[in-house]
Ligand binder design. Structure first.
Ligand SMILES: NC(=O)c1ccc[n+]([C@@H]2O[C@H](COP(=O)([O-])OP(=O)(O)OC[C@H]3O[C@@H](n4cnc5c(N)ncnc54)[C@H](O)[C@@H]3O)[C@@H](O)[C@H]2O)c1
Length: 253
């Protein structure tokens, strides 16, 4: 059982999808959670659900790619909940297009949200962890890190996150801080629904086709990913460091 009693966790992009499930999962394990999101109303609603279930949470509006907002979000978390022990760098966006049609804006938005956001949050939160000589950082990569049509920006960001994960694992391990990544395949979230809609696909048919190809004969739900993140955040995962775990129902999604 994962026990995070007396730990403080930050989950970026916690307002919906995998982030919301992760915030709730970590709260169930006993952590006080800062739910960080660009969309404040969603962050507030997840924090309220955690509070209603008897947990502790704050909602913080923040764009993970903005240095001043990240610093303020971490400061507020420490002031209201205590020193940060767990950081889940989950905030993400898609701006898919074939390379010849991809705008520089779409490249920059995706790279900044995933890579700059993870860099800024990790740099800001690690100070708390170094002081405590305890920390768990989990970054969201993706099977797209291996390459995916229409995802120049996203696959580069998700592969980049694997390199950042391993580098931070090497730098921070000496302070009893582990840094790992989870790399999901298809997870049923608003992000995937948007992708299907953009490609003109019927969501249920698309999902069924993906499920048929998966060894588990189903697609992932946000809780499947949240459970893996919670395991990596647990005390028992204390010697797992610098790893990328594909949480995709099989060796290839
Ligand atoms: N859904 C999948 O199939 C899948 C697969 C592999 C990896 N992932 C990764 O998992 C993570 C979560 O994905 P999801 O499917 O839950 O997505 P989602 O779109 O449902 O949720 C993402 C959340 O991040 C927030 N966000 C976006 N940009 C932000 C910013 N600049 N600052 C703060 N918050 C911001 C959004 O407001 C949203 O609440 C992402 O990193 C995504 O790339 C998802």
């Amino acid at each position: 059982m994962v026990n995070l009693t007396d730990r403080v966790a930050i989950v970026t992009g916690g307002g919906q999808g995998i982030g919301a499930a992760t915030a709730q999962r970590l709260a169930t394990a006993g952590a006080a959670v800062a739910v960080i999101d660009l969309v404040e109303a969603n962050a507030k609603s997840v924090a309220a659900q955690i509070a209603e279930a008897g947990g502790a949470a704050v909602a913080v509006a923040c764009d993970v790619s903005q240095e001043d907002q990240v610093a303020a979000a971490v400061e507020r978390t420490v002031a209201e909940l205590g020193p940060v022990g767990v950081l889940v760098n989950n905030a993400g966006v898609l701006r898919d297009n074939l390379v010849f049609k991809m705008s520089l804006d779409d490249w920059t938005t995706v790279i900044d949200t995933h890579l700059r956001g993870t860099f800024l949050f990790t740099r800001a939160a690690q100070a708390s962890m170094v002081k405590q000589r305890w920390g768990r950082i989990v970054n969201l990569s993706s099977v797209a890190a291996l390459g995916n049509r229409g995802q120049t920006n996203y696959s580069a960001a998700k592969a980049g996150l694997q390199g950042m994960t391993k580098t931070h694992a090497i730098e921070l391990g000496q302070f009893n801080i582990t840094v790992n990544a989870v790399a999901p395949g298809f997870v049923e979230t608003p992000m995937i629904r948007q992708t299907a809609a953009r490609q003109g696909l019927d969501f249920e048919a698309y999902k069924e086709a993906v499920a048929e190809r998966n060894p588990m004969r189903r697609v992932a739900q946000p809780i499947d990913i949240a459970n893996a993140i919670a395991l990596l955040a647990s005390e028992d995962a204390g010697f797992i460091n610098g790893q990328v775990i594909y949480v995709a129902g099989g060796p290839r999604a």
